[in-house]
Design a protein around this ligand. Structure first.
Ligand SMILES: Nc1ncnc2c1ncn2[C@@H]1O[C@H](COP(=O)(O)OP(=O)(O)O)[C@@H](O)[C@H]1O
Ligand SMILES: [Mg+2]
Length: 370
């Protein structure tokens, strides 16, 4: 496929040719944006020119040589993760790197490989979005590198890695229910902040591998490569390219290309289900009927008696019954096939707030039966 772009695995990429916009006004800018001849910046001056109107956060323009120093020449054993467009390395900015830059542990995301237009565009989307947004539940962008063919992003280091690597790890202890609810709330606050911003942003790739954790399990959204300025009100974008990740993307977005903030809400519902069940959104190793988490779990979410059968068995029953029930109902509403019937992220934050547990509540609740 000529201009095919994949994000992670498995990902969605589909050329959508007959999408009809609900709003002709919205269609033209969005389609224009998909054009391949759009000029992308090729040096830090051009990046800063582009950022001028929106650059709330100062970003450091690193040289590629500085990044070699920071990552000890991109050492293989410093690799933290990888995905669609390259590898992420752990790094350390030392005091003597450059005057004025504070020592800091960082993560360095290198867009390597094919140098595709899509790769460069995703790199730029992160510089623009994370360069203007600042919130405790969004990962902090420290700087970038735009030198020759190199396109690199430098973030604050998140010591506990992704929610995916914690939730599905075979070596780490299972995440307790209280931590799962803390993660859900943090991530919900991050999305609510994006949706309610003066210029709303649709995140478009909400999934466990894009939620990172600090030492205290505070959740922060990272990977803004697919983020998009949101349409105003109830209008929707119509994408010519449907991008996101199978298992997480909202059905109406996959089928029609209509993208709204409610598509993020659907993906949030999938992540909430993953936290509840300890199962991956798509798992080819399971029996066919259980491979797609939403298909398998949805009918049981509203039935109190069946609910205990889908809660993560690794929790060993250590969870508050009422809390599990409420989280299940919340996931159920987020996964409504009708986008307009899904709750808003700010309402989801309000629903998750009372599900946050102190250790004492957890102990009392454990004595109850589901
Ligand atoms: N700031 C960070 N701190 C720690 N690990 C990170 C950081 N950023 C990314 N990673 C790791 O690298 C993986 C891929 O990063 P991501 O930004 O999602 O890139 P991709 O575009 O390849 O999906 C993440 O799932 C995580 O494991
Ligand atoms: Mg990612």
């Amino acid at each position: 496929m000529g201009n095919c772009a994949f994000r992670g695995s498995p990902s969605i990429y589909k050329v959508f040719s007959n999408a009809k916009s609900e709003s002709p006004k919205e269609q033209s800018p969005s389609v224009k944006e998909e054009k391949q001849d759009q000029k992308l910046p090729s040096n830090p001056e051009e990046v800063e020119d582009l950022r001028r109107d929106s650059a709330a956060n100062p970003l450091v323009a690193f040289t590629f040589n500085e990044l070699k120093t920071i990552t000890s020449n991109f050492r293989q054993d410093y690799v933290l993760g990888g995905g669609g467009f390259g590898s992420v390395y752990k790094g350390f900015i030392t005091e003597d790197l450059r005057e004025g830059i504070q020592p800091l542990q960082v993560a360095v995301k290198v867009h390597d490989g094919d140098n595709s237009y899509q790769g460069h565009r995703e790199w730029l989307a992160e510089v623009i979005f994370l360069g203007q947004l600042s919130h405790p539940n969004l990962v902090k962008l420290v700087g970038y590198c735009c030198e020759d063919e190199h396109r690199v992003l430098i973030y604050e280091y998140m010591p506990r890695g992704s929610v995916e690597s914690n939730l599905f790890s075979r070596v780490l202890l299972p995440l307790p229910w209280s931590i799962r609810m803390k993660i859900a709330l943090g991530a919900a606050k991050g999305l609510a902040f994006l949706h309610d911003a003066t210029k709303p942003v649709i995140y478009r790739d909400f999934k466990t591998s894009n939620i990172l954790l600090d030492e205290e399990y505070n959740a922060k959204l990272s990977d803004f490569g697919l983020a998009k300025d949101g349409p105003v009100g109830d209008e929707s974008h119509v994408s010519t390219r449907i991008m996101g990740t199978y298992g997480y993307a909202a059905p109406e977005y996959i089928m029609t290309g209509h993208l709204t903030a409610r598509s993020d809400v659907y993906s949030f519902g999938v992540v909430l289900l993953e936290l509840l069940t300890g199962r991956k959104s798509l798992d080819k190793s399971r029996p066919v009927r259980e491979q797609t988490l939403t298909d398998w779990a949805l009918p049981m979410l509203t039935q109190k008696k069946k609910l205990h059968g889908i809660v993560d068995p690794r929790l060993n029953g250590d969870y508050p019954i009422k809390g599990v029930h409420k989280a299940a109902m919340l996931a159920y509403h987020c996964l409504n096939r009708n986008p307009k019937a899904r709750p808003l992220m700010r309402d989801i934050v309000d629903s998750l707030e009372p599900l946050q547990l102190s250790l004492e509540t957890l102990e009392v609740d454990q004595n109850q039966q589901l």
